[in-house]
Design a protein around this ligand. Structure first.
Ligand code: DCP
Length: 229
């Protein structure tokens, strides 16, 4: 692989599927991976101001805020990428990048689902696609050579229970089972039914709680270790 090209390993899965937990475990096991943080907290208080809560606004009034939410999600993820890509001194072993979700997932899951269910209208979706295509080309060019996806597949009912348990204020009374089924179906459609070029996909079942279950973690890591070899 050329030295200025990256391989992206992204962890994908429904809201509440356990991506952050899995990411932490992978980071512990593979400390050399370069890591891009999930910007969710940046969406909860713009400029550090808790009254400017985009995630909360989106769940309170999805039709009003879905487009804005996706534009900002795209922007904030791109900003993190730009930091990585503009680093002139990339150590040789830092070409593998680990990320919770990806820019592509934001589009394929949340923007497409929002368009399908009508909270993003045709005009908004056309605008989103225009700057998505142009900016991705501008920022990435040919810099990401390969993508590896770890899909944490979890029953939407289990995700619902986990969301209730973790009780992120903006989500606990606003995310319905129906919405989680839509997001689940989009993952299945995108990752299991569509064709992917230069992408390998590992599907891991995450129905069983694994945060405090060492045996379950060992099972998962047998697959992950093989996949990343
Ligand atoms: N979100 C969104 N649009 C995006 C990305 C995320 O509306 N393009 C929302 C969905 C969640 C919140 O942001 O309410 C965070 O979503 P994630 O699934 O990325 O993160 P979680 O912390 O929910 O993941 P997990 O519980 O799997 O660790």
């Amino acid at each position: 692989m050329k030295s200025n090209q990256y391989t992206l390993i992204s962890i994908e899965g429904n809201i509440g599927s356990g991506k952050s937990t899995l990411l932490k475990l992978i980071q512990q096991k593979y400390p050399d991976l370069r890591f891009i943080p999930e910007p969710v907290n940046e969406w909860r208080n713009i400029n550090g101001d808790e009254t400017l809560n985009l995630l909360g606004s989106f769940y309170e009034n999805p039709t009003r805020w879905a487009y804005t939410m996706q534009v900002y999600a795209f922007f904030s993820r791109l900003k993190h990428w730009k930091e990585v890509l503009s680093d002139p001194n990339i150590p040789k072993n830092k070409h593998l990048i680990l990320s919770e979700r990806s820019i592509e997932a934001d589009k394929e899951i949340f923007a497409v689902n929002g368009h399908k269910n009508g909270i993003i209208n045709n005009l908004e979706f056309a605008l989103y696609e225009k700057f998505y295509d142009w900016l991705c080309q501008e920022v990435f060019g040919k810099k990401v050579q390969k993508q590896m996806i770890i899909y944490l597949q979890v029953d939407p009912e289990v995700c619902h229970l986990r969301i209730q348990k973790r009780a992120r204020e903006e989500e606990k009374n606003t995310i319905s089972q129906e919405y989680l089924i839509q997001i689940h179906n989009r993952h299945e459609e995108w990752l299991l039914r569509e064709n992917h070029k230069n992408t390998s996909i590992l599907v891991l079942n995450g129905d069983k709680e694994f945060e405090s279950d060492i045996k379950q973690q060992e099972k998962m890591f047998k697959n992950i270790d093989n996949f990343l070899k």
